[in-house]
Design a protein around this ligand. Sequence first.
Ligand SMILES: O=C(O)CCC(=O)C(=O)O
Ligand SMILES: [Fe+2]
Length: 212
Amino acid sequence: MNNPPEFPVSTTIFSDICEAIADKGYIVVHNILPIQTLNTLRDELAKMELTEFKPAAIGRHADQAVIEEIRRDKILWIDHSNTFAQPYFDWSEQLRLAINRYLFLGLFDYETMFAYYAKGAFYKRHVDAFKGQSNRKLTSILYLNEAWQPSDGGELLMYQHGQSVPFQTVEPRFGTMVIFLSEMFPHEVTQSNCDRYSLTGWYRVNEGTPLA
Ligand SMILES: O=C(O)CCC(=O)C(=O)O
Ligand SMILES: [Fe+2]
């Protein structure tokens, strides 16, 4: 067996993530980013007018009534023009390079959005990418809810395909990140009983890259 590539000492978390993705397809990590980075993301998110958040869509063909049956979150795409998120983008880029080096996934770029679930919002069971139909390969979700309580709901439930009992429940606590292969796990967000904030990203392969 080949030795895994070496990682800089300060980034052993990347090797842990790569190993977990290779082994079981997902990982949940707590306190994943420096507290300053998390605080900045939370502060900037709080400053953004919630009116800037738009109801999320699902594919091209569903009408708004159908969408609201499936998901009630509101989203706001962010990119490099949002300079406050640079440390987050730098970290995400290091992860992309590590994954490509270790797993040869050919991740090409990264799209990311803030998601806001108001009281009562949810997202029914779905997969982020269908095999052969999407260039989304890897999903990352960073939670930014400081005083989260179990009674607040809004949990991420992860399923194996064909199973109706979740194998993993993730509480959307401040600084927790879940990373998973986008095609591999159906998942849902249970009804949130209070405001719930997250930063969701998808690593994509290049359009035109044949999907395995
Ligand atoms: O916020 C979460 O826990 C999951 C969100 C999700 O599944 C999605 O945006 O596709
Ligand atoms: Fe999803």
